[in-house]
Design a protein around this ligand. Structure first.
Ligand SMILES: NC(=O)c1ccc[n+]([C@@H]2O[C@H](COP(=O)([O-])OP(=O)(O)OC[C@H]3O[C@@H](n4cnc5c(N)ncnc54)[C@H](OP(=O)(O)O)[C@@H]3O)[C@@H](O)[C@H]2O)c1
Length: 309
């Protein structure tokens, strides 16, 4: 049997239920992964909160887009992965579970230097961050403004931008400023007066901006400081982003499937060689998924929240 978390209805974290299902069997081109850790993401909440629709026919919905674990079975036509391999799988369906089936193209070897929680939290935010820095063509000599720099996506985006030789100004709560400085960014506090603080932090101007927060403030300030709209990207404002003529990234905008798939092994390599750190804010037993999602909903978490089956 497999223990799995499902959204039984649309609503808040209280709709999350734990069920026992028969063990999944990998089909052709798939592997079965015994989950050691499952990354928790804002997207998981969007699945059941109603943001992405409330079709009753889709219920109950298995949650969880990314896991780290051990391959326990392989289907027909699988090459490159074998039983016993330690892997990361993303994107998967139903990763909040003790076992999940993953298409083999979504699987990469777990970087040895990462523990299970870190490995499970690398890919969803990592590939989104990689898409963002690629979309605005960040390079050496650029100054980039990153909104939500201390969030899951933000912490990876800051590191990737620094690796590309860019100067980073990142918005975050004051409690996160030391961490952002440690990663090589200049921190500024979001909220009233942000535009002035950004101009003071980057007197020579801002070349590109990444909105990873989804607020009007993030877009307003980005539009005020970046000359080229094609060098402003949002991953979180699908309402206003398209109207402003900026890059809107992810499902519902530019999906960037090829960029994100290509980024996965690169992120694993960067993490394996210590050039990319994964920050885990909190771990919860799978059975405490409601508490994990209450923390997620608070938007107070810096870095990843992880479930341990
Ligand atoms: N389109 C895509 O492909 C894609 C992929 C991944 C995520 N996303 C979306 O991107 C957003 C961020 O995801 P995430 O995983 O990074 O979320 P997260 O880890 O929950 O990050 C939340 C962060 O938001 C920051 N924040 C809260 N209020 C803010 C404000 N008013 N201005 C600036 N920052 C603020 C907080 O920073 P402080 O600690 O500094 O307060 C917190 O660290 C979510 O909406 C998510 O759904 C989209």
């Amino acid at each position: 049997m497999t223990t799995q978390v499902r959204a039984a209805a649309y609503g808040g974290p209280e709709v999350l239920t734990i069920t026992e299902e028969s063990a999944p069997v990998p089909g052709p081109g798939e592997v079965l992964v015994e989950v050691r850790a499952a990354g928790v993401n804002q997207a998981d909440m969007k699945v059941y909160s109603g943001v992405w629709g409330t079709d009753p026919a889709k219920l109950p919905i298995p949650l969880g887009f990314e896991v780290a674990g051990v391959v326990t079975a392989v289907g027909d036509d699988v090459t490159g992965h074998a039983v016993g391999d330690e892997v990361i799988a993303h994107p998967v369906r139903g990763g909040y579970a003790t076992d999940v089936v993953a298409p083999v193209r979504t699987v990469v070897a777990k970087p040895a230097g990462l523990d299970w929680p870190e490995a499970s939290g690398l890919m969803l935010t990592g590939t989104a961050a990689a898409h963002a820095v690629t979309a605005v063509d960040l390079g050496a000599g650029d100054t980039v403004l990153v909104h939500g720099a201390a969030g899951g996506v933000g912490l990876v985006a800051v590191q990737l931008a620094v690796l590309r030789g860019a100067r980073v100004v990142g918005t975050a709560a004051p409690s996160q400023h030391d961490l952002l400085r440690e990663l090589g960014a200049v921190p500024v506090t979001y909220g009233d007066g942000l535009l002035d603080r950004v101009r003071a932090a980057a007197p020579d101007g801002i070349d590109a901006a990444l909105d990873l927060a989804g607020t009007d403030e993030a877009l307003d300030v980005s539009l005020a400081v970046v000359a080229e709209r094609g060098r402003i990207a949002t991953i979180a404002n699908f309402d206003r982003g398209p109207r402003e003529g900026i890059r809107v990234l992810g499902a519902g905008g530019e999906e960037g499937k090829e960029i994100r798939e290509a980024a996965a092994p690169e992120l694993a390599e960067l993490a394996a060689t210590g050039r990319l750190r994964v920050f885990v804010e909190a771990t919860f037993p799978l059975t405490e998924v409601v508490a994990a999602h209450e923390l997620l909903a608070s938007r107070r978490a810096s870095g990843k929240i992880v479930l341990l089956p």
